[in-house]
Design a protein around this ligand. Structure first.
Ligand SMILES: [Zn+2]
Length: 353
């Protein structure tokens, strides 16, 4: 009798109670698994889409925590074509000094320090650069970022203010020591420019690559930049020669007012493309060919001339330096400035996970 009773209890347990526990266990397991899976996939997609990293790079990043941290502390910099090894912090100070007026408020200089350091770490993470295979970065601002050697060049850069400004720049670097801007745990392409035109440009508008943290955001204070408003006038014949040297097939006959058609703009107002003499040009190409301050331009013509009026200075993507200055003056911290201009990012110590 006892045995039968025990069997009944066992059957009840196996049929009703055990499955409940198993289901509960399965549910928990599923939930956790899902969270991990989604994060992992996003990480891979984002680092590929944003950083342009290939699978190999991503693998390397994931594999070496402490090692990467040690490597990141030193950097090879091509200075006037000579490769120099220095600490990442030394490089950062030289880049801040060259890229931003040292008279800017501290939080702006700190934001610039973190952005310059991040850009260098990002370039390192991409592996060998074709232009300077033995260095991670160079001192050409059109290619990487401007850089000066503070030990020897502070005097010529700042004159009597050399000591004061050197200390101010070094303090900004120290305050952000080892900190970089990350998106999903990877260093970002922390691009910056002098001044936007009240709104930054997205990477996709300017370079055709969609990068989640480089989207258009409001930017106040850009008009404090001395080059914010600028005009450049070309004689009709001069303009014709510049453009025909580039594209011999375009039709620049008749009056200048008929030469410009189909002007397309980004949401921030920059010219993404326009037709000149019947042929389509990217806004960035027009800026380059004509030496304009930005792609944020309007065109005015007379019968004998063409005037381009620009607003902003630089490509307009990422952090605006004059915008950073304005935010700092209004009390924002460097983290707030960086997270404003680089959407959805974090500021963290190198190697922190
Ligand atoms: Zn370079």
């Amino acid at each position: 009798m006892k045995r039968v009773f025990f069997l009944v209890i066992m059957v009840i347990f196996l049929v009703y109670i055990a499955p409940l526990g198993f289901q509960y266990y399965q549910k928990r397991g599923d939930g956790e698994e899902k969270i991990h899976t989604v994060q992992n996939v996003e990480n891979i997609l984002d680092s590929q889409a944003s950083a342009g990293q290939n699978a190999e790079d991503t693998g390397e990043d994931a594999g070496s925590g402490a090692e990467a941290q040690e490597d990141a502390a030193m950097i090879a910099v091509s200075v006037h074509g000579t490769v120099k090894e220095m600490t990442l912090e030394e490089y950062t100070a030289g880049a801040v000094a060259a890229e931003m007026p040292a008279s800017f408020p501290e939080a702006a200089l700190q934001a610039q320090a973190a952005a310059a350091r991040t850009f260098a770490v990002y370039k390192q993470s991409l592996g060998q650069d074709e232009t300077h295979p033995d260095a991670a970065v160079c001192d050409d601002y059109t290619h990487c970022a401007a850089f000066v050697e503070l030990d020897t060049q502070a005097e010529s850069l700042w004159g009597k203010k050399a000591k004061e400004w050197t200390e101010k720049v070094q303090a900004a670097v120290k305050a952000t020591e080892g900190e970089i801007v990350t998106y999903n745990g990877s260093p970002i392409a922390a691009v910056f420019h002098s001044a936007a035109a009240q709104q930054t440009e997205s990477a996709v508008s300017v370079w055709g690559t969609d990068i989640p943290y480089l989207v258009a955001v409001d930017s106040a204070g850009d008009d404090a930049c001395p080059e914010y408003d600028a005009s450049k006038t070309f004689g009709a014949e001069e303009f014709r020669q510049i453009m025909l040297a580039e594209e011999p097939d375009i039709n620049l006959t008749g009056l200048p007012k008929t030469w410009f058609t189909e002007i397309e703009s980004s949401e921030a107002g920059g010219v993404t493309s326009c037709k000149i003499g019947g042929k389509s040009f990217k806004g960035t190409r027009v800026r380059e060919l004509l030496g304009l301050n930005s792609t944020h331009f309007t065109i005015k013509t007379t019968d004998t001339s063409i005037t381009f009026h620009t607003q902003g200075y630089g490509h307009g993507v990422g952090m605006s330096q004059y915008g950073a200055k304005c935010m700092a003056e209004q009390g924002s911290s460097y983290q707030e400035i960086l997270q404003h201009y680089y959407t959805g990012t974090k500021v963290e110590k190198i190697g922190a996970k």
